[in-house]
Design a protein around this ligand. Structure first.
Ligand SMILES: *[C@@H]1O[C@H](CO)[C@@H](O)[C@H](O)[C@H]1NC(C)=O
Ligand SMILES: *[C@@H]1O[C@H](CO)[C@@H](O)[C@H](O)[C@H]1NC(C)=O
Ligand SMILES: *[C@@H]1O[C@H](CO)[C@@H](O)[C@H](O)[C@H]1NC(C)=O
Ligand SMILES: *[C@@H]1O[C@H](CO)[C@@H](O)[C@H](O)[C@H]1NC(C)=O
Ligand SMILES: *[C@@H]1O[C@H](CO)[C@@H](O)[C@H](O)[C@H]1NC(C)=O
Ligand SMILES: *[C@@H]1O[C@H](CO)[C@@H](O)[C@H](O)[C@H]1NC(C)=O
Ligand SMILES: *[C@@H]1O[C@H](CO)[C@@H](O)[C@H](O)[C@H]1NC(C)=O
Ligand SMILES: *[C@@H]1O[C@H](CO)[C@@H](O)[C@H](O)[C@H]1NC(C)=O
Ligand SMILES: *[C@@H]1O[C@H](CO)[C@@H](O)[C@H](O)[C@H]1NC(C)=O
Length: 831
């Protein structure tokens, strides 16, 4: 209940730009109206006034109060959208203004069907005395429009004018003061040395507001109730960029930005050029936004050098479309030599000539500088045209809003943009929250059940030091046996999706609808107990979007049951051969390998002690509904003693065909054993055949040997999956082949780290996409051996990381698996 409410408010606030005014700036004018509502609506710290209380502000003809109590049923919908005010004639809200100056106008529209009004059919104009805000506007999905205008009289009137034979509506409305210094009068002007004067006169409509390299910053956490969304969806060539976060480093100094202009959560993260330690890198990082042609735009760049170790190390160029606006930009020179000081720059564009604006950052050409570039935040605001209009061809005279077909079309685009911007952020936050909530809900429901549920075994008995005794105290994940029975239809045999040495895997569905994979250990298998405990411990500590998530476990009645998220698309192996799935493109394969590499890299480095998967194979790489890869089955055992050694000595386990020969010979395990196995997976992905195929001629049976032979001859293309022939760029194939080859080096020390492998795969993807030119291709062979510390940041911020289903895999069923239990997870000393 508490969680639900929190989630609800969270959702609402991330959609609605609701400010809490406990942040320094107190707006002199602060009108919040829940239109159509007969009661006040409280959201967070803000109270949206009942519409009847606001009625003295309204001079209107033929308006009615709509009531949508049936139309909007989802409890996740904001109360603001439950009611609406409908205007059948020209109607006007007039707000007394106590302090002249710039004000936000935020309009909330949610089209639903009321008994006599279908809001999707509404068509109307909205204007102030001096500016047309919207013309021939209609709404097909939830839209929040944000404008700001300078009010120079004692009142501000907002007029709703229905188009002919139509009507207007609004769900909620805000008129709120903006601090004077937010928009200064002057800005740079693109392709001009004179600059732009007169911003104070402008009306603006917010087109984009991005937190580069960071998550959504909702209105509650913004100094001025704005919503900032992640930049990822707008980024072209995502591999060219990486994210950095260092919020504590941000400083506000005189001459720079202020907290009102943007909070430190914006300045403290950035999207950075991913130069991959290659001093010859030379490419731009570019974002693209939809705009309306003909209008000028104010583009505000937020910068804060959170990446440099010292001053005067970072030089870069900034572009709007093809125009350079900052050349060899050095933040140190603007900000009296304070590193990581917040700074912003405004530019006004010429009238847009297309329906896109691109913003780019790229390396400076100054000799001797390291190629790098950053951007921390970005705002794009549409400026009114010479008629004072922000919309199409509209004029200020709203009663002349006859038929303007062209206008409508243009407006549609704008609405789409704003909505997209807001929704992208909302969805991201929402999904993440949903997932956390669902877990919280589960644990809430299940907490009354005993922690160890009557188990009679002793935890950690197998490994001394009792290192495992605490692990099952993780009650968050404990699930009662009854719930598991229910989820799997009492372990219905027809729901079995896999069988392995450890037991069976069932498909299941929790009562909240979450699809899960349920792995039920064979109760006789005492051997599995330690592995069971380890998997719980590991999985509950290691959370990464490229690792399968543990949803819960059950250890009642001597059961050993693990519940994972369900992976819609099964195993990578199944998509490579033998299952009749359509063949994956090269790009998809690269992306899957990159995802899996990220997961393994995280296992190896994301924790104080490296974790070794020990059973890396294509059957343990699972794909969600978007074909995003997650590493599964990382095992049920761990080495107890933490010895001072760089390897772990242990009985050889793993799958035949993937096994590191060094590990086999010396029975010593390091992360490099996983790297070896991953190299085999890479060849498997390229050749789409089993790693061991006894039906083939002798020299072909073992894929690793066979592929290495062709790789060494430089003729790898001879044995690739026929469906890839002609679709792989030679450079991409070369990079990929080299990477796999290095992974298969005889001695672990000669193999790259998983981080290196990841970089090289990303590079192979770039070469395939040919977004990188010249220099980089030439240097493509020297990438191995370099590793960036930022590898993980990016994936964790990717909004698509909220995908939630997947399947658990079982042991390799092809009959060549040597693994008797799930793959094994081993902690080894350091890294
Ligand atoms: C509703 O809000 C208005 C203005 O914020 C306030 O004056 C009024 O007392 C509130 N009414 C109730 C019932 O809370
Ligand atoms: C909406 O309609 C329902 C029943 O039709 C009524 O009980 C409720 O008070 C109405 N709410 C508003 C805000 O008019
Ligand atoms: C409402 O109007 C939209 C757009 O005209 C239309 O697609 C939709 O079917 C209508 N809904 C109802 C219930 O009439
Ligand atoms: C609003 O416009 C007036 C001129 O009428 C100007 O003096 C004032 O600075 C402007 N305020 C803002 C916040 O732009
Ligand atoms: C605000 O920020 C805090 C701390 O970063 C975070 O925990 C909280 O979830 C954020 N609130 C919203 C509504 O985004
Ligand atoms: C970066 O973009 C600008 C503007 O489009 C272009 O002139 C420049 O050549 C680009 N730089 C690189 C390295 O691609
Ligand atoms: C926007 O409208 C104002 C009048 O309110 C006008 O002075 C200004 O020139 C307009 N802006 C542009 C870019 O035409
Ligand atoms: C709008 O134009 C009509 C005629 O086209 C005129 O009668 C009306 O007074 C104008 N309204 C305003 C507010 O200028
Ligand atoms: C670049 O390489 C150096 C040493 O070779 C390493 O310390 C650093 O972390 C690397 N940086 C990046 C961004 O890869």
């Amino acid at each position: 209940m508490g969680c639900k409410l929190f989630g609800f408010l969270f959702w609402v606030s991330s959609i609605l730009c609701l400010p809490l005014f406990a942040r320094g700036f107190t707006p002199a004018d602060n009108y919040l109206i829940d239109c159509g509502s007969l009661t006040n609506t409280t959201l967070g710290d803000r109270v949206f006034m009942a519409d009847n209380l606001a009625s003295k502000l309204l001079s209107a003809s033929g308006n009615i109060v709509g009531n949508t109590s049936k139309a909007v049923t989802s409890s996740d919908d904001s109360p603001l959208y439950q009611t609406v005010r409908i205007f059948t004639g020209v109607s006007k809200y007039t707000f007394p203004i106590s302090q002249r100056g710039r004000h936000w106008i935020r309009l909330y529209f949610y089209p639903f069907v009321h008994a006599s009004y279908n809001m999707s059919m509404a068509k109307f104009d909205v204007s102030t005395e001096n500016h047309v805000l919207l013309s021939s506007f209609s709404v097909q999905s939830l839209v929040v429009k944000e404008f700001s205008v300078n009010v120079t009289t004692n009142s501000l009137a907002i007029t709703f004018s229905p188009s002919e034979n139509s009507f207007a509506f609004v769900n909620a409305l805000e008129v709120v003061s903006v601090p004077d210094q937010l928009i200064p009068d002057s800005a740079g002007l693109v392709e001009s040395s004179t600059g732009f004067q007169g911003l104070t006169w402008q009306a603006f409509e917010t087109v984009a507001r991005m937190n580069m390299g960071g998550p959504t910053v909702s209105s509650e956490n913004d100094t001025l109730s704005r919503t900032w969304v992640p930049d990822q969806p707008f980024l072209l060539g995502k591999n060219l960029a990486t994210s950095v976060s260092k919020i504590k480093a941000v400083k506000y100094v005189d001459g720079g930005s202020t907290r009102e202009i943007a909070p430190n959560t914006i300045y403290g993260t950035c999207t950075r050029m991913n130069s991959m330690n290659d001093s010859n890198s030379n490419f731009n990082v570019t974002w693209e936004f939809n705009v309306d042609p003909g209008f000028q735009y104010l583009v505000r760049f937020h910068f804060c050098d959170i990446v440099s170790e010292a001053l005067n190390l970072l030089y870069f160029n900034v572009f709007i479309d093809s125009s350079i606006v900052e050349r060899d930009f050095d933040l140190s020179t603007y900000l009296v030599n304070v590193l990581a000081a917040a700074y912003y720059k405004d530019y006004v564009t010429g009238p847009a000539t297309s329906n896109k604006i691109r913003v780019s950052i790229g390396p400076s050409n100054i000799h001797g500088t390291y190629p790098d570039a950053i951007l921390n935040g970005l705002e794009i605001m549409k400026m009114n045209n010479s008629d004072g209009s922000l919309s199409g061809l509209g004029t200020v005279n709203t009663s002349s809003s006859s038929s303007k077909k062209r206008v409508g079309a243009i407006v549609g685009v704008t609405a789409g943009v704003a909505c997209g911007v807001l929704l992208a952020g909302v969805l991201f936050m929402y999904c993440r929250k949903r997932r956390q909530l669902s877990r919280q809900r589960l644990s809430k429901t299940w907490i009354p059940f005993s922690i160890n549920g009557g188990t009679s075994h002793t935890m950690g008995s197998k490994y001394s030091k009792g290192t495992t005794t605490s692990l099952i105290s993780n009650t968050n994940y404990h699930v009662p046996f009854l719930a598991v029975q229910e989820a799997t239809n009492n372990f219905d045999e027809s729901w079995v999706i896999g069988i392995g040495g450890f037991g069976k895997v069932y498909k299941g569905e929790l009562n909240d609808g979450t699809k899960v994979a349920v792995k039920r250990g064979n109760p006789q298998s005492q051997q599995g107990l330690a592995e069971f405990q380890t998997e719980i411990e590991m999985l509950s500590q290691f959370r990464h979007r490229h690792l399968v998530s543990l949803i819960g476990y059950c250890d009642e009645k001597n059961e050993m049951i693990l519940i994972y998220e369900y992976m819609e698309n099964g195993t990578l192996k199944g998509h490579l051969y033998g299952s009749g799935h359509p063949s994956l493109s090269w790009k998809q394969r690269l992306e899957i390998c990159i995802g899996a590499a990220r997961g393994l890299h995280y296992l190896h480095t994301g924790y104080a002690k490296a974790v070794i998967h020990r059973d890396v194979k294509s059957a343990n790489i699972l794909l969600d509904e978007n074909l995003m890869a997650k590493v599964a089955d990382f095992g049920l055992s761990k080495t107890g003693p933490e010895l001072d050694q760089t390897h772990v000595s242990t009985a050889v386990k793993g799958s035949f065909g993937y096994l590191d020969p060094e590990y086999f010979r010396r029975q010593q395990l390091t992360e490099k054993s996983d790297v070896y196995s991953f190299g085999v997976v890479l060849f498997e992905v390229l050749c789409a055949r089993p790693v061991i195929d006894p039906t083939l001629p002798r020299e072909m049976v073992n894929l690793a040997e066979w592929a290495m032979k062709w790789q060494k001859k430089g003729q790898l293309e001879q044995i690739i999956d026929p469906s890839l022939k002609g679709n792989i760029r030679p450079n991409s194939l070369r990079k990929f082949g080299e990477t796999a080859e290095k992974c298969l080096a005889d001695f672990g020390v000669d193999r790259p780290s998983m981080g290196d492998v990841l970089w090289n795969l990303e590079y192979a993807l770039q070469l395939q996409e040919a977004v990188v030119q010249g220099d980089l291709e030439e240097n493509s062979t020297n990438m191995i051996g370099e590793l960036s510390p930022q590898i993980n940041n990016f994936s964790q911020l990717d909004p698509t990381g909220s995908a939630k289903f997947e399947v658990s895999s079982v042991d390799d069923l092809s009959g060549v698996s040597m693994s008797k239990v799930f793959s094994q997870l081993v902690k080894s000393e350091g890294r």
